[in-house]
Each structure stands twice: as structure tokens, then as C-alpha cells.
Write a protein that binds this ligand. Structure first.
Ligand code: A2P
Length: 338
């Protein structure tokens, strides 16, 4: 009988945690035992997995004993506190937070791009930022054919990126506005229903927000190319789930859009969605709940001979978070790295 793995989900009640549970079941992940960990608030409540009811536990020092794989999505401070303890207990953690992403000893992996990085893990592997994962899956196949010099990204990010409670908040705000009442922000800093605002992650010293700098720094680390130039403007939009990105790519030489289309049509994790006659291109509604990053509107940038424009949508909770993490776990198993 093939080996099974004891899995713990840290943050099992959250938007990503819920998706992790669904994906483990859907993908027939070889789960031996499954521990569902969350805060004290949720301890004792139940959650269902594969037809069974599991009791949610608060995390303790002994939570990771006999655990092989931790899938963590409870925020940076929780990961910083518990993942080193999990590593000491012998588990390999795949962390969805930004806590360890830029650490030199921690591989940062998009399985379609740099699976080889997994071999160097020391007990913690980082799952990249959601917009970065979606961008990387879509543009890396082109980079392999002709190195990209510069990426200009503009993002349209859904509420799901701020967690399950932010998604709920948008629905409540929309209902309030339709009832003629004020939209009150509690989780997000400003009303998002019928509105948008530049991404709410903290500002950095260079006037880029942290989300934008994650796209810059993480893409360099994942591509293994410290010279690739990346700039981004990240915006939160009143979409519940799935992020969108308008991307401009600069190459050394012209890149034929039809050639790009041909490459992306068969690229792993990508689905080409383009019907210029109907003006039909990727939409968050179509990307929601899907594994693939939808890519379309591939066209020559008329302002620069060496640039291409493209548009993408991807499910932030799935490929942008939970699916990528589960794929990393599958990679560890396939390569006997666990
Ligand atoms: P809980 O539901 O008990 O608060 P989201 O990103 O969707 O907001 O989800 C965050 C996840 O992180 C939830 O599962 C949440 O559990 C969990 N979490 C929050 N604080 C802690 C903590 N101190 N210890 C463990 N899990 C936590």
C-alpha cells in the first residue's frame, strides 16, 4: 500500500484553510491523519472532511508531534511562532504567509516555474503571494523562450485576498448600500462595495505598498533572476473571489503575439481564453473555483516594439494560495523530499 501522510492545517477555518480541506479531498491527497488547527475561538467546534467530522483544536507545543506536512494559512505572526516548532518536530510546513518568503534558506515555489527549489528545503517552504503566483504561471513560459526584461503589472484584487471575513464584509456593505444605508468598513480600511482603493497592505519607504513589493521581490526569487525589473500597482476591487491583472512585458527583441498565444495554449496551469470577435476574455467570475490561470487579450503593445500586453484572471484562494500549497506538497511526495 502506498504511504499516507499525517497532515495538519493551521488556520483550517479561514478562506484558504477551507479550500485546503476541499482540495485534499478532491485531489485524493494521501492523507493518513488530519489535524485541523485554528485559534482558541474555534477550538471544540467541528469541521467536515471526507464525510467525517473533525474537532478543531487550538495550537499547542505538541500539535505537530507525528505530523508530516503542515499547510499553514493563519497569518504571518502565527507562522513565525509555530512553524519553527513544527520543523523541530520533524514536519515540513508549506506556509501561505509572507513570514519566510524572502528568507534565503526557505524555498519559494510555484511548481510550474521552479519545482527544483524544493530539494533545498529545511522544514519550511513558502507559498508565494497570490498575485505573484498568478503572474508567474502566466509569464514564465514566455520567459523561457525569450527572457523578459521588465514586467509592468496592474492588479484588480478581490476581497478574498483579505480573508473570509472581508468577503462577508463586501456582501454586507453591498446590501447596506442597496437599502440606502451607509457601508461600514470593519475588516478592510474603506468601503469596498461599489468602490475600489489602492491595495490596503502597509506602505513601504519607497511609496510602494507591501503587496506591490512582494510582486517585485518574489518574482525575482522564483525566476532565479535578480535582474528582472518588475513594477506593480495593486488595487482592491469589489469582486468577491479571483484576482485579475493587466500585464505589460518587455523583451529584448519583439515577441510575436501569435507565438506567445501558441506557447500559452499548452503551458501548464494556463488556459487561453480569447474571443476577440465577441470581446470575450478572462473574467474573475469564470476563474472562480478553477485551477487554471485564465490568460487572454495577448497583443502587441503599440507603444513599444519589444512589448506584449496580456490580461489574466486566477482564483486567488485556489491557485493563488491553497492549490499552489497542495501542489507543493504533492511535489515533495513525488520527489521523495519528505
Ligand atoms: P479562527 O477562525 O479560529 O479565528 P482568514 O485569512 O480567512 O481570515 O483566516 C484566518 C485563519 O487563521 C482562521 O482559520 C483563524 O482561526 C486562524 N487564526 C487566527 N488567529 C489564530 C491563532 N492565534 N492561532 C491559530 N489560528 C489562528
Amino acid at each position: 500500500m502506498s504511504r499516507k501522510y499525517n497532515v495538519a492545517i493551521l488556520g483550517a477555518t479561514g478562506a484558504v484553510g477551507t479550500e485546503l480541506l476541499a482540495l485534499l479531498e478532491e485531489r485524493n491527497f494521501p492523507v493518513g491523519s488530519l489535524k485541523v488547527l485554528a485559534s482558541e475561538r474555534s477550538a471544540g467546534k467541528t469541521i467536515s472532511f471526507a464525510g467525517k467530522s473533525l474537532i478543531i483544536e487550538a495550537v499547542t507545543e505538541s500539535s505537530f508531534d507525528s505530523v508530516d506536512i503542515v499547510l499553514a494559512s493563519a497569518g504571518g505572526s502565527i507562522s513565525k511562532k509555530w512553524l519553527p516548532i513544527a520543523a523541530k518536530a520533524g514536519a515540513v510546513s508549506i506556509d501561505n504567509s509572507s513570514a519566510f518568503r524572502m528568507h534565503p534558506d526557505v524555498p519559494l515555489i510555484v511548481p510550474e516555474v521552479n519545482p527544483e527549489a524544493a530539494a533545498h528545503h529545511k522544514g519550511i517552504i513558502a507559498n508565494p503571494n497570490c498575485t505573484t503566483i498568478l503572474l508567474n504561471v502566466a509569464v514564465y513560459p514566455l520567459h523561457l523562450v525569450q527572457p523578459i526584461k521588465r514586467i509592468v503589472a496592474s492588479t484588480y484584487q478581490s476581497a478574498s485576498g483579505a480573508g473570509a471575513m472581508a468577503m462577508e464584509e463586501v456582501k454586507i456593505q453591498a446590501q447596506a448600500i442597496l437599502n440606502g444605508e451607509p457601508a461600514v468598513p470593519e475588516i478592510l480600511p474603506y468601503p469596498l462595495a461599489f468602490n475600489l482603493f489602492p491595495h490596503n497592505s502597509p506602505m513601504t519607504d519607497n511609496a510602494y505598498c507591501e503587496e506591490e513589493m512582494k510582486m517585485v521581490n518574489e518574482t525575482r526569487k522564483i525566476f532565479g533572476d535578480p535582474d528582472i525589473r518588475v513594477t506593480a500597482t495593486c488595487v482592491r476591487v469589489p469582486v468577491l473571489r479571483a484576482h485579475s491583472e493587466a500585464i505589460n512585458l518587455e523583451f529584448q527583441h519583439p515577441f510575436n503575439p501569435d507565438k506567445a498565444r501558441e506557447i500559452l495554449a499548452t503551458a501548464p496551469g494556463v488556459k487561453l481564453v480569447e474571443d476577440f470577435s465577441k470581446n470575450y476574455f478572462p473574467m474573475p467570475i469564470d476563474a472562480s473555483g478553477k485551477d487554471d490561470v485564465l490568460v487572454g487579450r495577448i497583443r502587441q503593445d503599440i507603444s513599444h516594439p519589444n512589448c506584449l500586453e496580456l490580461w489574466l484572471c486566477g482564483d486567488q484562494i485556489r491557485k493563488g494560495a491553497a492549490l499552489n500549497a497542495v501542489q507543493i506538497a504533492e511535489l515533495l511526495i513525488a520527489k521523495s523530499l519528505i
